[in-house]
Design a binder for this molecule. Structure first.
Ligand code: GRF
Length: 207
């Protein structure tokens, strides 16, 4: 059984989608840990309600050292024998201390169609604002592996939504979030079934 850790800093609707998918038996994995850098986050509350082990480490306890913080998080994941980390609105830039040991074993969900509208500073409403400003006809969500470049890892799954003429960043975000909730559990299912292969930094989904 694949042991999954979900990392979230905020409300955790993607976390909830993953919990619901697990409960519905969509993937053969177990969410064994919920982790947050924000002790008072909605994600922690959801975890406790669902009786899933939930741990928060406030980043202010590690001033100035992202590496020391990530080393602590790595120790935690190793002690729980985590096989897959799912970032779900985890608002921290990760260091190689955590990325390297979990290379192709850590996923993220992004509220846009990467490789467009990604990179540093492109998160949350910034993505939707940029998409509308660029007059894109389509947006969507991307699940990708986490590598050392921000939003640069191999893409696992994407889902599209049409951008409407009267869309605001808020209305677009709402529809994109629904897509996130569909494709993230599906990406986890593929991972748990061993169907994701990375060749030359590209994902191949096996039949
Ligand atoms: C999502 O839009 C996700 O794409 C981004 O952060 C947001 C998290 O939302 N990485 P939630 O906390 O899962 O509701």
């Amino acid at each position: 059984m694949i042991k999954i850790a979900v990392f979230a800093s905020g409300g955790g609707s993607n976390l909830q989608a993953l919990i619901d998918a697990q409960d519905a038996g969509l993937f053969k994995g177990k969410i064994a840990l919920i982790f947050s850098n924000v002790p008072e986050s909605g994600a922690m509350e959801r975890g406790e309600n669902e009786r899933i082990e939930s741990v928060a480490i406030a980043s202010k306890e590690y001033p100035g050292s992202r590496e020391a913080y990530d080393a602590e998080v790595l120790r935690l994941c190793e002690s729980k024998k985590i096989d897959l980390i799912c970032l779900a609105g985890y608002m921290r830039i990760l260091t190689p201390v955590l990325i390297k040991p979990f290379l192709y074993k850590m996923m993220n969900v992004h509220p846009g169609l990467l490789p467009k509208f990604g990179g540093e500073g492109m998160y949350g409403h910034h993505v939707h604002e940029a998409v509308i400003k660029a007059k894109e006809k389509e947006s969507g969500a991307t699940v990708h592996f986490v590598t050392e470049g921000v939003d640069a890892g191999p893409i696992i799954l994407q889902g599209n939504v049409k951008v409407q003429l009267n869309d605001t960043p808020e209305t677009l975000a709402e529809r994109v979030l629904k897509v996130e909730h569909q494709i993230y559990p599906e990406a986890v299912r593929l991972f748990c079934e061993g169907k994701i292969k990375v060749v030359d930094n590209r994902v191949r989904i096996l039949n």
